[in-house]
Every structure is written in C-alpha cells, then in structure tokens.
Design a binder for this molecule. Structure first.
Ligand code: FPP
Length: 245
C-alpha cells in the first residue's frame, strides 16, 4: 500500500486512458474486450478517487480523432458508454458524484446523448466529486470554438477586446467552472498529450506510466498521487520565493 498524504491531494486528476487495444492483443482477445475491461478500470478509478477525496476527475474516453477508428469499434465504445451510464447512475447518486461532459456531444448518437443528458440532469446537484468525461473531445477544436465565440461577442459589443484575460478566455472553454488539473496521468508508456486539455494543462504535473489502462489499479493511482506529493509546484516562481528550495 502506498502512503499518501490526505492533506495534499490533487484537487483535480485528469487521465488519458491508453492501452486497451494492446491489453486485448496481449490476452489474445478482440479490441472491444480491451475496452470492456477498460470500463471496469474506469469504475474502480472513480470509486477510489471518491474514497480518497479527489474533487474532480476528468477521463479522456473518446477523442475527436477516435471517430476515424473502424465503425464497429466506434459503435462498441458508444454502447459501452451507454451501459456504463445505466449501470453507474445509482452509484453516482449514492456517492454524491456529479457528471459533466466536455467535447462535441452533439456528434454522438441521439440515444446516447439522451442518456448523458438524463445522467447530467439527475446528478447536477451532487457535490462530493465531479466526474468529467471527455467525449468527442479535441482541445484545438475547443480553443477554436472559444475564439469564435469571443470574436462574435466582441463584434456584437458584448465583450471588449481589452477585457479578454486568461480567466475570461478560460470561461469560454468547455471546462469553464472546472479548475485546471493538478495531476495528469497517461497509461501505456506513451508520452504525448494527444490533443487533450492543451490550455488547461499549462501548470499540471505529468505522470506517465507503462501499465495498460485495463490493468490500472488502486495501487497505480495511489503511486501516481504519492509521486505528485513529492514534487514542488512552482508555477514559474523560484523555489526560494515559495519558502523552500
Ligand atoms: C485507448 O486505448 C482508449 C480509448 C480510446 C477509449 C477509452 C474508453 C474506455 C476506457 C471504455 C469506456 C469509457 C468509459 C468512460 C466508461 P486504445 O484503444 O487506444 O489502446 P491501444 O493504443 O493499445 O490500441
């Protein structure tokens, strides 16, 4: 068991869940079995974060680029999400977890959109933890959409150019009202951001690990948090300015 300090938990953890396909290959199974096992790891991770007291958890479940995967894989991922929502809604209510999504939800099939809307509506007042699922999400598209809206509002005279600060810009992103992640975890030994939260990760601590997502366990999560707790976050300042070097 890894020792973690409950007083210094990352407030917001974001995860790039990678390696479902490779996990399936190693077990001589089809890719979809890897995603199914990945969904089990999602359930465990949400449970652990809630127990530990992590306030925000963002999971990269489907990127805008993932639409280019084989049609059967895309539809299997969509139905897995639907099943996940149906199965986990009661847990989310019981554990006081609010569900939010980021990304172009309007590209999802209408049935899944309805399930998501219903889950978001029912959990909207829950406050112990917020689970953010990134679906049909791409950070560059999110930034472009924000820029377009800002330009529109400047043209209409609703927003003044000189009032566009970092905070104002952030409020036009899908993640408006969600604090930036403190810790980003990526599984499967890949060292990339893959178009995930490019603006929001500016000062986030990164933790890359070799474990494939379906094998990601409570121990792995606690290990990542323990590693985060050893780091000194300086936000661009000198160590001496923070009172320790
Ligand atoms: C990356 O593995 C994983 C995904 C593209 C999908 C993530 C989805 C899940 C974990 C299941 C359902 C999600 C929820 C929220 C219930 P990959 O397929 O890219 O793996 P590979 O790189 O080994 O091929």
């Amino acid at each position: 068991m890894t020792k973690i300090d409950p007083q210094n938990l990352p407030h917001h953890i974001a995860i790039i869940m990678d390696g479902n396909g490779r996990w399936a290959e190693r077990h001589a199974l089809g890719r979809i079995s890897g995603h199914r096992k990945g969904a089990d790891a999602v359930r465990e991770t949400v449970k652990t974060c809630r127990e530990l007291g992590v306030k925000y958890l963002t999971l990269y479940a489907f990127s805008s680029e993932n639409w280019q995967r084989p049609r059967e894989e895309v539809s299997a991922l969509m139905s897995l999400l639907g099943v996940y929502l149906e199965r986990e809604l009661s847990t989310m209510m019981e554990k006081d977890i609010r569900l939010i999504t980021i990304g172009e939800i309007e590209r999802l099939n209408p049935t899944l959109q309805e399930k998501l809307m219903e889950a978001k509506r029912l959990t909207a007042a829950n406050r112990s933890m917020t689970l953010i699922i990134a679906l049909s999400y791409g950070s560059r598209d999110e930034i472009i959409k924000a820029v377009r809206r800002i330009v529109g509002e400047v043209k209409e005279g609703k927003l003044k150019e000189q009032d566009i600060t970092r905070e104002v810009f952030s409020s036009y992103l899908d993640t408006a009202a969600i604090p930036d992640p403190d810790l980003l975890i990526r599984t499967s030994g890949e060292y990339r951001l893959s178009n995930f939260l490019l603006w929001q990760l500016a000062y986030t601590e990164f933790y890359f690990m070799d474990v494939l997502w379906p094998d990601f366990s409570r121990d792995d999560l606690e290990g990542a948090i323990a590693d985060y707790q050893k780091r000194q976050r300086r936000f661009g300042l000198a160590g001496s300015q923070l009172g320790k070097d």
